[in-house]
Structures are given as C-alpha cells and as structure tokens.
Design a protein around this ligand. Sequence first.
Ligand code: ARG
Length: 448
Amino acid sequence: MAKPKAKKPKAKPKAKPTWAGRLPGGLAPEAWDFLHSLPHDRFLWPYDIDGTRAHVSALTAAKILTAAEGKALRKELLSMKAHPELIEDTDEDVHSAIERVLTVRLGEVGAKVHTGRSRNDQVATALRLWNKDALLGVHKAVSKLLRSLVSQAEQNISTLVPGYTHLQRAQPVTIAHWLCAHGFAFARDLDRLEAAKNTTDVSPLGAGALATSTLGLDPSVAQNELGFAETFGNSIDAVSDRDFLADSVYACAMALTHLSRLAEEIVVWSSSEFGFVKLPDRYATGSSMMPQKKNPDVAELARGSTGIAVGALTGLLVTLKALPLAYDRDLQTDKQHVRDVFTTTIGAFTAMSGLIGGMKLDAGRLREASADPSLLATDMAEDLVRSGTPFRQAHEEVGKRFPRSSKTSPPKSAPRASVRARSTSGGPARSSVEGQIKKLRKRIQPTR
Ligand code: ARG
C-alpha cells in the first residue's frame, strides 16, 4: 500500500450524527455517552480509511462518482491516514469521523462518500483488515517461540531428564524430546492462526446495511484493492458475521493455553525443589523485600495471560449468541472483547521466547534425577517380556521390587540406553528427535 503523505489536513469539528435528518433533536447526553464508540474503535482509523478508499474505487467504477471526484476523495483519504488526531470527541464513531472530515474538506464530493454503503459493511471491513494484521503479529510471535524451543532442543539432544506422568517420575526422556513436545503443540497453533486468517479473508464491502444497493456496485473492486481472497457470499451474513473474530480469539486462547503449560513447567523446574532450569537473569525478577529471591514472573504472567483470552472468547460468544440477523448494535462490543487479546498474546509469546532461548539446563541436577532407577521399571518388565514372560506377570514381578528401589539399582548408563532403545518415530532416541526437529524447523520457515 502507498505510504501516506506526512501533511496534516485541516478540518474543523462539526459533528452532527449521520442520521440527524430523521432525529434532529439529538441524543440525551447519557444515551450519547453510552452509544458512541470512539473509545473503542479509534484504532480502526487507518483500516477504515483503506476501506473507504476501496469503496470510492467501487463507486468510481460504477460511474456513481466521476473520475475527478474519485481522485479527489482518494487523495484526501491518503493524506488523512496518518492523522487519527482529526477525530473529534463529538464524532459518534470512527466511521462518521472520516465522513465528516471528508465533507468539511471537500464539500459536496465528501458528502457523496457514503453512497451505497452502511456503517454495517464498513465496520465489518475495517475489522477484518485489522484482524488480518493482528493475526500476522501473533503468528510471528508464536513462530519466534517455536524457533527458541527448537534451538534449545538442538543443544540438548542428549540431555537426559525424567519424563513425568501425574507429575511423578515415569520414564527417561531427553530435554530435546520434551521441548519438541511443546513445539508440536505450537505448530498446531500456527495452523489454527492460518485457518483463522482464511475465515477473515473475505470482503464484506458492498453488502450495505444488509441487502447491497440499487447502484450496481461491484464488490470485487473493493475486494481486489483491499487484498481479500474473496467477496461475501450473502449480504445479510456479511454484516452479521463475526466468526472470524471468534476463530482468531480461539486460536489465541489455545496458543496461550499451550504457553501456560510450558510456563507452568518452567516455574516448577526453576524451583529449588527441581532445579532443572536456571532462568536467564534478564527474564527473572527479584523481590522488593526478600533479598535472596529470583522469581519466574515472566513465566507466571504468561501463564496468567491465558485467562484474558479465554475470557474474551467467552464474552464474544455470549454477545453473538441468539442475535437476530443482520446487524445489531450489540456487535459494537466485539472490539472491546478482542482487542487486548492480540497484544497480550504477542507480549506473552515474545517474552517467553526470550526466556526459553536464554535458559540454562542444570546438567548435574538432571543427571542425578535421571539416574533414579525407578525410571527403568518399565524397561525391566520389557526385558522379562523379551525372555518370554507375559507382560502382566513381568509388571507384577518388577512392581514388587519397588519402592525398595536401591536393591534394583541398574548400572549408571542405563537411562541413556533406555532412551537409545526408544527409537520409534516420535520417541526420545536421538534419531527420532532429529526427525521431530526437522519437522518443526520446516514449520517455521519464513515462506509460510
Ligand atoms: N460503531 C458501530 C459498531 O462498531 C458501527 C456500526 C453502526 N451501525 C448502525 N447501524 N448503528 O458496530
């Protein structure tokens, strides 16, 4: 898209509702305070300007505007784009602000801009344009974390760690295998973000209030100019559909749910009780009172951020539930639900990728923990199976030797041999983990 010129156009405030012809008395002050949406939609300014320019192109293509009128409007819009300060507190919303400024500056030509358009298709268009950008930001942040995980995995391909079920020691694995497990979850999050981008990539412009217009506007003109993959299939649906927001917020909520699981393990593993992980100083905090403390606040706040996204998803779905077609003013709250979700998700993933990239594994503690003979109980039972004992019997025999585990102490190299023997694809053996790393590396190639 062309860069907006840096000049600041002049426009005096003269906000009269767009619908003042029908209701000239104006709103009661408390109704105005309650209804006007500038506090929540000001951020759509550049996106709504792009949408408006595309609408001007459609009006010009349909010969509703002359080429000269179209040119004047497009030029003016471009010069306004970097100047959201043109919005006045007396504007009802970002959409009427744009129309007001154009009308103040261009007179009659400005007053033609809303021809064949409604704020219903206008807001849906701006919101989708913004959402595409926001999703791209989240996608980048999740990829960044995945990159940090994969680099740590490459450095720890033979670092042993007990694998856990029920947070009880289970079987030996490696740090690389564990990191890749989180990595596969984040790779699915990238898929979900891409799917949300696809449902977002539809242009609603031309749907009008709900039933298009009588002016013969071609929706594909705006669609092409705005870079949407397709135009709406049904104009009623186009103005009432907010699935793309729900899909996007769900993708964020799921990604943050995954991040919270990683963060929780970092919190636990960096405690003195586990001591597996040393946090990088720049991603840890101290205590205002206790001089000795080094706290995992980044991981904790990442874990806590999940609540914001899950809350937003619930709020948005509750707003959408049982809304009659087509547009209803309830939809105005969509922005309030979703806006923080994207910034929170990006912040959490970006900070956590710094933490994961910079953390150090404590080889001594990990070696000690991985030497726990109980980790090899299943291997011992499988040894008996190999010499013909039915598994249930082998399980019982080995089970009887625990918890008197000292009697059963296997040789020191045993956890390493156990990992080596688990070379099934997807398992912890070096060759298997190398395959997993390769798959994840492919997922974060910048071409996606
Ligand atoms: N501020 C409104 C919103 O965000 C714009 C659409 C208003 N449309 C209407 N018919 N009142 O949803």
